[in-house]
Structure formats: C-alpha cells, structure tokens
Write a protein that binds this ligand. Structure first.
Ligand code: SAH
Length: 465
C-alpha cells in the first residue's frame, strides 16, 4: 500500500525537511503490523515526491492474536495489505509524527506556509463512492480525482469494486494535509483494526482541531471514525458543535461589541462589575472563580482587592482568554500577584474537577449565551458539581430593552444571546434552581431602575443553605 506526497513548492526539496526524512535515503521502520518504508522517487528543485510504503504482515498479525480467539480464513486472506486503512494512519503518526504535529526544528518557517501539495492514495476502499469522496475532501479546499477499479478486468460483467485510486490536490500546510489523511482514510474504509475507546475520541478531536467542527459532513466523519459507537459519537459531536459555536462567537465579537456600545452611555458594564465585586466582598469569599470571564474585566478588579487570595478566570473561548491575559498583563505581574490569579480553558457544560472547592463563583452575563439544553447542563455543573458557597449571577432584564432607542423591538442586546428574560422569568428560573440544589437566592437590581421596566441588569445571589 502506497501513499505518495508531492510538492511543486520552490525549492521542492523542502519536503525532506518537513517530513524529517532525507531525500537521498531509503529508510525502513518496524511497526506492530509490519514495516513502513520511506523513499523519494523524484527529487528536484521543481518537484519532489515522497512515498510511504506499507508492508503489512497479515500472518504475523494473526500469530500475535490472543490464543483462544478463533482464527478465520478472513484473518489471513483479506484486503488489508493492499489498501489504505487505519494502518496507514498509524504509520503516518509513527513515521511522520513531527510533520503531523507541525514541528520542524531546522525550518520552522515552512511549517506554517501553505504549499502546493498532492497526495496520491494507491488504493482506497471508499464505501460511498466518488460522491462521498468529493463530499469529504472538497469542503476542505481540495480538488479530487478518483478512479474506480473494476472487480476483475477479465470479467467486466462483475462490475465495479468499491476500491479507488485517489489523488487530492490543494495548497495546504503539510501538517494540515497529514491530519486530514490521518482522520479521513479510516473514515472511507469504515473498518478499524484496533479497539475504539475514549482515547480514539481524544485523537479524533486533536487531529480534527480547527477543521472538523466546521465540516458539513462532521457527523458522518465522526460516526465512521468512532466505528459507530453511539456514546462516543455523541460525546464527540457535542464537543465539535461547541467548538464551532465558539469559533462563531469569536468571529462575531472580534470587531465590535454591540452590547457594550449600546450600554456604554450608562457604563453599565462597570456598574455591573462594581456591584458583583461588592457582593463577592461581602460574602467573605477568599477564593473566587469567574465562570465565562470573557476578557477579564472583573478579574482585574478582583486582583486589586487583597481579600481575594485565589482568583481563577475560565472561559470556553481561547481568544477571550488571550485578551484577558493581555489585560491582566499576566506575563509581567510580580510573583506574588501572579500566584493569585490563573486562567483556565474549559466549558461550563461539562463536569470539571477544577471548578470545585471555591468560596464563590461569578457568572456575569453568561447564561443568556447558552441554548436551553446547555443551560440545563450548566445548572448541574455549577450548582451540583462545582457547588461554591456563593454564586453571583447576572443576566439582562428584557423589559428594560424599550429604554434603548437604538434597539429594535424584536432584537436582543447582543447577536449571540439565545434569550433575554423578564424579571419574572429570571426569578422563576433562579428560584427553581435554588430549590433544586439546596441554595437560597435573593435578587438585586443593577443600574438605574426605571418605572415599570426595572433595571437594565438583574442579579441573583445564591448561597448554600
Ligand atoms: N463575564 C464576562 C463576559 C461575558 S460575555 C463579562 O462580564 O464581561 C459571555 C462569555 O461567556 C464569553 O466570553 C463566552 O466565551 C463565554 N461562554 C459562552 N459559553 C460558554 C461555556 N459553555 N463555557 C464557558 N464560557 C462560555
């Protein structure tokens, strides 16, 4: 089984640096299922091709099987030595590991450069045919040529097989191409030679980082990669959907922040953080976790007050955390200050040991960013598992929206809000949550109160019974 990667980048011999394999050498590697060989059939400044040849040993593999397993003829005679399958993914990760992970000590510049690349897979068992090949590779920006093989050239009546020779072409970083192949080859094959467990889920999410969440066929890819194991599939999909949403939130909040612009004249944001800070102070908390800390404005205020000995900011958005780190000047804080504050990447809809053991948690303008099923998960994560003594939560008061002349009647304050509640709705929700998880709750207005509509923000303070 042969995989050939070709580039016409100039100088094309850079491919040797990227793959960490010298173009003049023929190299062989022992793998658990046979051997892998790397060689370059073509080397020039204009064009360079590297081959990864797998020599799978089906007999050796059967011999290594546990003794009491029944050995069938199929174990000896099968297509595995001749087709690209999950064995190829294993070989890619073991033989081209540095390239797969985007590392190149000698030439870090070319790792991040998209290059004109072609990958030829000699024989790919593609159940789903050419249409499926296109559905998978084209959204990733590749052009694709696929040639289907007949079952037997001597007997054309037998028709076509499900085996294809496939050529994909695109301008990509080499690590991108290898990650795509690593995940997708077993997806076409739809058969895997090793047990699929939690570890596979993590591998899929790591190798799929940055592209799988946005792929229109992510469900099919995930289901097939995880060998149709429903529970793993659902976990993976939930995490991919979340990654996609985060990317969307980030792209929306990148340039302007309508909510902040809208609320600016009242500097509501500052009033909100001031009120939350005062409430946290009076709760006596020494350790505080700011859940959905965003760009770290509340963290900065907390850091100024010595009462708070341990301050954690957590958010699902990496971009927000990077901005928080800049705002807090984490790199330059004196040692004692730096020891008090930490940023954590995480999501409020998954149980997480790191959220436990705090005196207080802040949830400032976060819950309205979650769809109802996710909000239900957040409730359990915060009030049942993390269970801080005090939770200070704020959310917009929808009734107040009429006071903003520039906000059309049917719109939320921020395009990412999934809901905005009236005072009654917020209080009903908070009372229900408090009763369910053994907390008391009291409500406070934040910002200037107006007749009939109340204050712009509503705050709930939950405390352990
Ligand atoms: N608390 C901050 C930011 C509010 S904006 C402040 O008062 O300024 C809402 C924040 O919630 C965003 O930073 C968003 O990334 C974060 N968020 C949304 N869904 C989340 C989730 N599931 N887990 C953790 N944070 C989340």
């Amino acid at each position: 089984m042969l995989l050939t990667i070709t580039t016409t980048h100039s100088p094309a011999t850079d491919l040797g640096f990227l793959l960490h394999k010298h173009p003049d050498r023929f190299q062989s590697f022992d793998l658990s299922f046979g051997k892998a060989h790397v060689f370059y059939p073509e080397v020039s400044e204009e064009r360079c091709a590297a081959c990864l040849l797998l020599d799978i040993d089906p007999v050796g593999m059967v011999r290594r099987k546990v003794k009491d397993q029944q050995v069938l003829l199929d174990h000896y005679v099968n297509d595995r030595p001749y087709v690209a399958s999950s064995f190829m993914s294993v070989a890619i990760s073991q033989v081209f590991g540095s390239a797969l992970n985007g590392r190149c000590k000698d030439r870090p510049d070319i790792v991040t450069t998209p290059l004109p690349l072609t990958a030829c897979i000699d024989v790919l068992p593609a159940r789903g045919g050419e249409r499926f090949l296109r559905q998978i590779f084209e959204p990733l920006g590749y052009t694709i040529k696929a040639q289907q093989h007949s079952l037997d050239e001597l007997f054309p009546d037998w028709g076509e097989s499900s085996y294809f020779s496939v050529k994909i072409e695109g301008t990509k970083r080499l690590s991108e191409l290898l990650n795509h192949l690593y995940v997708l080859i077993p997806v076409f094959d739809n058969r895997k030679h090793y047990f699929v467990g939690d570890d596979e889920l993590e591998k899929l999410l790591a190798k799929g980082a940055g592209w799988l969440a946005q792929h229109p066929e992510k469900e099919q890819i995930t289901r097939r990669y995880l060998k149709h194991q429903t529970s793993l599939f659902q976990t993976a999909l939930a995490r991919l959907v979340e990654e996609e949403q985060t990317a969307q939130i980030e792209s929306r909040t990148k340039d302007d922040q309508p909510e902040e612009v809208l609320e600016k004249p009242m500097s509501l944001n500052e009033q909100r953080h001031g009120t939350v800070l005062a409430t946290l102070r009076s709760s006596g908390a020494r350790s505080v976790i700011d859940l959905g800390c965003g760009e770290g404005k509340l963290l900065r205020e907390l850091l100024k007050d010595r009462q708070f000995e341990q301050i954690i900011g957590m958010d699902v958005s990496i971009r927000a955390l990077e901005n928080a780190s800049k705002r807090l000047k984490l790199e330059r804080l004196p040692e004692r200050q730096a020891a008090r504050v930490q940023l954590q990447h995480g999501s409020l809809i998954y149980r997480d040991q790191r959220l436990k053991g705090f005196d207080a948690a802040a949830l400032v303008e976060v819950i309205e960013h979650l769809d109802p099923p996710r909000l239900a998960a957040l409730e359990r994560v915060v009030f049942e598992f993390a269970r801080p003594k005090t939770v200070v939560l704020t959310t917009p008061n929808q009734e107040f929206n009429v006071m903003w002349e520039t906000l059309p009647a049917d719109q939320f304050r921020h395009s990412d809000h999934r809901f905005e509640w009236t005072r009654q709705e917020s209080q009903d929700w908070a009372n229900r949550v408090a009763a369910q998880y053994g907390y008391t709750v009291r409500f406070l207005p934040v910002g200037q109160e107006e007749k009939n509509v109340g204050s712009p923000t509503q705050m709930g303070v939950f405390e352990h019974v």
